[in-house]
Design a protein around this ligand. Structure first.
Ligand SMILES: *Cc1c(COP(=O)(O)O)cnc(C)c1O
Length: 483
């Protein structure tokens, strides 16, 4: 029964007895609304009793895996527990009931929150100015790339190439392309760091900048970062930091001190805004002195006691989103930052790093560690040898994990690692959960050697078995046909 659509639970007429008898004259809809506003056919909503609706959706919510159900160690995504107090604050009527076109005087509280969040984020990352507008990390990348491009244009320079390391997230080259520039790949060395010789060879008069993730998608801190920043700046380029992994740096390192000119912050990763399923996220972009005159308009500024939308940005790239950003996401991130305070933020980073290193130690020998450097908040293992030995692929391991009530890590990313499993426990998992994850993964590696077929057909205990992922993409059905 719980595998049915709500439409299939339709019982035709369900008697409802909530409303008392009409005590006013009954009016025909036709007398009240113009014909264009009238529905010609019934809308076809299912008729089900209240308890059936509730049971249906509660059952659905438990069929699906989510971060409120168990560990979600997706590397690069920082799927941490989302404190429920965030939901209380973002649902406060004074916030949730706002209209984006309300006059400034009537939204001073919301503007104050945005202003304070701007200040907090600037302090955390050590940057000069910030926009809260972008709707996600990738949108922040586009914002940053457009600013870099305009910066060079205003200075009369034809720089159109962004350098991007081969370990980068796919959104990096995509954002560069959408911003109208070209990507040139920089190689990683055998420790997973930027290959300095390759970087030097590629720096030139057409280079607009370097886009770097730090710590990298391999979970490794870029130890030559100061030298890299200097090289890029000397060559006339700007430094973009993909801040998706900021969780590992909170209270320890400020990207501004590493020479970056612009970075995006994924509030839905580092600052506990729920994500997955497409958002809504939020990707504020912070900039150094060099780029502060290029930010999207408006930002929130303060004059004496009054907060206002500030459009006075001389070389602004314009607007990046309708209205002001995903406001409810901003309230959640603000809540998280204020609940933890400066000390708490540092402990978040330290605990995330400790958890990742503990987990890596517990997994030692089970799978390969292709870049054997001490990681930060995440690490990447490879099942390549296991595959050669047993025929079991990373995908099979990921599917089998589901049978044990564990979400799979990120797989097949970063591309520089064959049969990759990218694991990020975050700070919010207990030692007991980390132990369970490690024991489970070790058990599965053992199974691969003894009964590879069991893994190839996994999962066995989930509501649906192995899906044909290609078919779902090629034959997308998103509409319910009632007839
Ligand atoms: C998640 C992520 C992005 C993209 O961010 P979205 O908020 O999903 O658009 C970019 N780079 C890295 C390294 C990421 O992990």
């Amino acid at each position: 029964m719980y595998k049915k659509l709500i439409f299939e639970l339709d019982r035709g007429e369900v008697e409802q007895n909530y409303f008392s008898e009409l005590d006013v004259p009954e009016e025909e809809l036709e007398d009240l609304l113009p014909p264009s506003a009238l529905r010609r056919e019934p809308i076809g909503l299912p008729e089900v009793a209240e308890n059936e609706v509730i049971r249906h959706f509660i059952a659905l919510s438990t069929l699906n895996y989510h971060v409120d159900k168990g560990i979600y160690p997706l590397g690069s995504c920082t799927m941490k527990y989302n404190p429920k107090v965030n939901e209380d604050t973002s649902a406060l009527p004074g916030f949730a009931g706002l209209h984006p076109l309300q006059p400034e005087e009537s939204v001073q509280g919301a503007l104050q929150l945005m202003y304070e969040l701007q200040e907090l984020l600037k302090e955390i990352v050590g940057m000069r100015a910030i926009t809260l507008q972008p709707a996600a990390g990738a949108h922040g990348e586009l914002t940053g790339c457009l600013m870099i491009r305009k910066y060079h244009k205003v200075r009369g320079q034809a720089r159109n190439t962004m350098l991007v390391p081969d370990s980068a997230h796919g959104t990096n080259p995509a954002s560069v392309t959408i911003a109208g520039m070209k990507t040139l790949e920089v190689k990683s060395d055998d420790r997973g760091l930027v290959d300095l010789d390759d970087l030097k060879a590629k720096l030139g008069p057409d280079v607009a900048g370097l886009m770097l993730t730090n710590p990298s998608t391999l979970g490794i801190f870029e130890e030559n970062i100061l030298e890299i920043s200097e090289l890029v700046h000397e060559a006339g380029g700007l430094m973009y930091m993909d801040g998706a992994n900021l969780n590992a740096l909170l209270g320890i390192v400020r990207p501004g001190d590493l020479g970056f000119d612009v970075l995006h912050i994924n509030l839905h990763k580092t600052f506990s805004v729920p994500h997955g399923g497409g958002g809504p996220g939020s990707g504020p972009v912070a900039v150094s002195e060099r780029l502060k005159d290029f930010l999207p308009v408006p930002i929130v500024s303060r004059h004496e006691d009054k907060y206002f939308w500030d459009y006075e940005i001389p070389h602004s790239i314009g607007k990046m989103l309708t209205f002001w950003g995903n406001f409810a996401a901003l309230v959640r991130a603000y809540t998280y930052i204020r609940m933890h305070g400066a000390e708490g933020l540092r402990r978040i980073a330290e605990t995330a790093i400790l958890n990742a290193n503990y987990l890596l130690k517990r997994l030692e020998g089970a799978l390969e560690l292709p870049f054997p450097t001490r990681p930060m908040h995440e690490f990447v293992l490879s099942a390549h040898s296991l595959m050669k030995e047993t025929g079991v692929k990373t995908l099979d391991i990921a599917k089998r994990l589901l049978d044990f009530g564990v979400h799979a890590p990120t797989i097949y990313f970063p591309l520089v690692v064959k049969e990759a499993l990218m694991i990020e426990p975050t700070e919010s998992e207990s030692k007991a959960m980390l132990d369970y994850f490690a024991t489970t993964l070790r058990h599965i590696v053992q199974e691969a050697k003894e009964d590879p077929q069991l893994l190839k057909e996994a999962p066995h205990a989930t509501p649906v078995g192995r899906l044909n992922e290609l078919k779902a993409n090629k034959e997308l059905v998103v509409r319910w046909h009632n007839k």
